[in-house]
Design a protein around this ligand. Sequence first.
Ligand code: 13P
Length: 212
Amino acid sequence: MSQEAELRAKIVRMGSLLYNRQLAHGSAGNLSVRLDDGSILVTPTNSCLGFLEPERISKLTPAGELLSGDPPSKEYFFHMAVYEERPAAKAIVHLHSTYSVAASCLCHAHTGNALPPLTAYHVMRVGKLPLIGYYRPGDKALADAVRAASREHRAMLLANHGPIVSGSSLEEAVYAYEELEETAKLYFIIGDRKASPLTAEAIADIDRAFPS
Ligand code: 13P
């Protein structure tokens, strides 16, 4: 099977997994992967991630022109911005999952990191999670904000919207997204109780042991 056929099938499988795990609902969210030749496969706009069809997935040139498939996600431009800034990124997951979106609707004192480092896996898979200001879905101005944050971060949180997570494969991006959602859930379960996040020393130790 060609790389493109494999990746189309993988997008369908992962979309279904995320939908069945209730991390995606309705037609919210979008997934993309970058092929070895630089072209991008991205889920079509208004598609339900639970019922994707491989041949209808949009294929774009590295410059964002539609080569085949249905019209792409209205947010394809921020996928392109992340790929341009992160050469090692091969996949991107953007969803509107409940706990992460709830976190994105809070007033944050520290916009450099919207969630505390509660667990080692959050630090390993997600890292710091900057909060990006609110933009209307599909607003091209969002690309510049996403581009700037993606220079240093593999994950970010769009205010009143949801996370964007990149990875070196679709599995890696999905697993990191799931970790982020679990941390957001823990954050709300802990609520007003005094949490004990990982110390700076513990985080440095994790970064040394598992460099990203
Ligand atoms: P698309 O259906 O255009 O991908 O938009 C969905 C979405 O998640 C908007 O934020």
